[in-house]
Design a protein around this ligand. Structure first.
Ligand SMILES: [Zn+2]
Length: 320
């Protein structure tokens, strides 16, 4: 039984090999034996030629490869054209950016002129952020730069130009801030500088400086202020913006008001009748602060007015 099966298997193997050999031989015949191709026109004699099938196959393969290559090349060319078109768009965009940059520079230069005019109008001298003139050599013709090939563009030069532009804009801002600060300060100074008469409808009866004492001692004394004689209870007005430091009795001055104006200025009003303010009050120039009287060491109804600058009494006549 076993022997029989083995024999059958052997036979089958032999058969299989036979089939393979046969198929191989028919396959090789198909490839390596010449075949005849006849081209027959409808009329007249035909053309007959013989070829090897493998040659035909080779030819077909070559044809396919060529076609594929041609397609690939065509695609590459399209890609190349797209890149070129992109390049042109980019160049146009760069040119626009370049123009924009140049325009921005112009605006900064214009603000530079405005800056100078403002400084002149305000009588500003010096300052940290005074305009620095622009160097001609800094100008870059961006149109020319971007017309170049990207590899030829000097990045360093452009970066320097851009950072210089930023720097200039920052400088301008700092300068304008300086001007604004100066103006605010200036305004404060002018508001804080005594600049009106403390009493109108009054006569100046005694000037600033050395004089004989009005109390008959015949000793030359220094009069630290101005005396304004007027009607009793006439209005006394503060001569600049400030803060009341003292309002009340003061030795020698009677009822008195002392106002601190800042920036080294203070004013004093003496021999008052009726004080309308108290210490700590913020007062504005021209504000009614008291009535004229004759309190303290006084010989008649009058206002004693002093202006102090940096700790020294100065002539009030120069402050109205
Ligand atoms: Zn006086």
């Amino acid at each position: 039984m076993h022997h029989f099966i083995n024999k059958v298997i052997k036979t089958m193997k032999n058969d299989k090999m036979e089939i393979v050999r046969k198929s191989q031989s028919s396959l090789s015949r198909l490839f390596f034996e010449r075949m005849e191709i006849v081209l027959m026109p409808r009329f007249g004699a035909g053309i007959k030629f013989s070829v090897y099938p493998w040659a035909l196959l080779l030819f077909a393969a070559a044809w396919l490869a060529l076609t594929l290559y041609a397609l690939f090349a065509a695609a590459q060319n399209v890609d190349c054209k797209i890149i070129k078109a992109d390049n042109n768009i980019m160049k146009t965009k760069f040119a626009m950016i370049a123009e924009e940059l140049s325009r921005n520079r112009k605006y900064i230069e214009m603000s530079h002129t405005t800056d100078e005019q403002m400084r002149q109008m305000l009588g500003m001298k010096g300052g940290k952020h005074i305009n620095r003139p622009f160097g001609e050599e800094e100008e870059i013709n961006f149109k020319e730069v971007f017309a170049k090939n990207p590899t030829e563009i000097d990045e360093k030069q452009i970066n320097e130009y851009l950072s210089r532009t930023t720097e200039m804009a920052q400088e301008r801002l700092a300068s304008f801030q300086e001007i604004a600060w100066f103006y605010a300060n200036q305004k404060n100074i002018s508001d804080s500088t005594p600049s009106i008469k403390p009493a109108t409808d009054a006569v100046i009866t005694s000037g600033f400086g050395y004089r004989l004492s009005p109390f008959g001692t015949f000793i030359a004394s220094f009069h630290k202020g101005l005396d304004f004689a007027g009607k009793p209870n006439s209005k006394i007005r503060v001569t600049a913006d400030g803060v009341v430091r003292h309002a009340g009795w003061a030795q020698g001055y009677g009822q008195a008001v002392l106002v601190d104006h800042g920036f080294g200025y203070s004013t004093l009003y003496g021999h008052l009748a009726d004080i309308k303010v108290k210490a700590g009050d913020v007062v504005k120039r021209g504000q009614f602060i008291a009535n004229m009287g004759t309190t303290g060491r006084s010989t008649g109804v009058h206002l004693h007015y002093e202006v102090w600058k940096d700790g020294t009494p100065v002539n009030p006549r120069t402050y109205f």
